[in-house]
Design a protein around this ligand. Sequence first.
Ligand SMILES: CC(C)(COP(=O)(O)OP(=O)(O)OC[C@H]1O[C@@H](n2cnc3c(N)ncnc32)[C@H](O)[C@@H]1OP(=O)(O)O)[C@@H](O)C(=O)NCCC(=O)NCCS
Length: 302
Amino acid sequence: MIIRNFNEDIFLETARMCRQNMELDRIPDFLFREKTFGDFNFNPELTLVTLDDYNNKVIGFIQGVVRERKDGKVGYIKLLCVDSNFRRRGIARELYAHVENSFRENKIQLIRIYESYPNYYMPGVDPFYTEAIAFFERLGFKKFNDTSNLIVDLSANNFSTEEDIEKLKSNEIICYRPSKEEKEEVLNWVEKSFYGWIPEVSRAFENNPISLFCAKMNDEVLAFSAYEVNNIGTGWFGPMGTDDKLRGKGVGGVLLKLCLNEMKELGFTKAIIPWVGPIPFYMFYANAKVQRVFWRYEKKLE
Ligand SMILES: CC(C)(COP(=O)(O)OP(=O)(O)OC[C@H]1O[C@@H](n2cnc3c(N)ncnc32)[C@H](O)[C@@H]1OP(=O)(O)O)[C@@H](O)C(=O)NCCC(=O)NCCS
């Protein structure tokens, strides 16, 4: 077996190998590109493939990324897949060992699986990939939480907001789509209230239409909701957040519905609400249902 860095030459072959061997996730090429080269922390040293000695075919793939967080750097295993004909031969273990060694050299003290926000494919390990659970637990990872993705059937729901928007207006709360000129104002507020979501909100300004709605009271931005800022092209909603001051007034519901309605107009038939969070809220406003469950794992390095 040969391990080498992932690059453009083997992009299509690697994407295909992952598609054929991750039965719950048929990741299309455009999405595989967004997850790999499209990641602003993409690091070829942490993105490796295993080639079969005999015919140079890609039979294993791992992608690690490092993110700067408020409390220091965190290493993530962002994607991992081994061809099902070559499993239980130590291929994933060897790929993983390279990435973990590099994390250690970088003085990283925490590794998490998949949930490498803002650009991530899944918010944890899907336990129906039972081999992956066995694999990560064998390598010393501990489950610390779980989370789910919800799904909304856009065609079956009506997301009209006119009346609610008028009601909010009479209480001096204005819902609007920010323009490019208002980006700085919005991001300054996001930085104070929802620091971790700056990159995603920022990404919304690159879409056409800008895939973001906000609410203001007394000329102060106090709530937002966004869509199509991760796994772009697949109908992902979020993130969204309402300042404590404005909670319980129906603002979040309106901003959610403005996004879902626009996604429907753009032709999406379903929306994924990932890494949730307040399930009853999404059920109430959008009849959202649990679509998938993820177990969150971490490993602390000394
Ligand atoms: C998870 C995956 C990457 C493991 O690849 P692999 O090359 O077969 O793993 P390794 O041979 O390096 O296994 C290392 C250890 O993990 C554990 N393990 C891996 N697969 C296992 C299985 N099917 N049953 C029990 N333990 C298993 C074992 O402890 C193994 O060591 P051992 O063989 O000495 O007992 C592979 O099953 C895969 O690609 N699955 C589909 C993709 C996937 O699930 N990705 C995660 C999405 S959430």
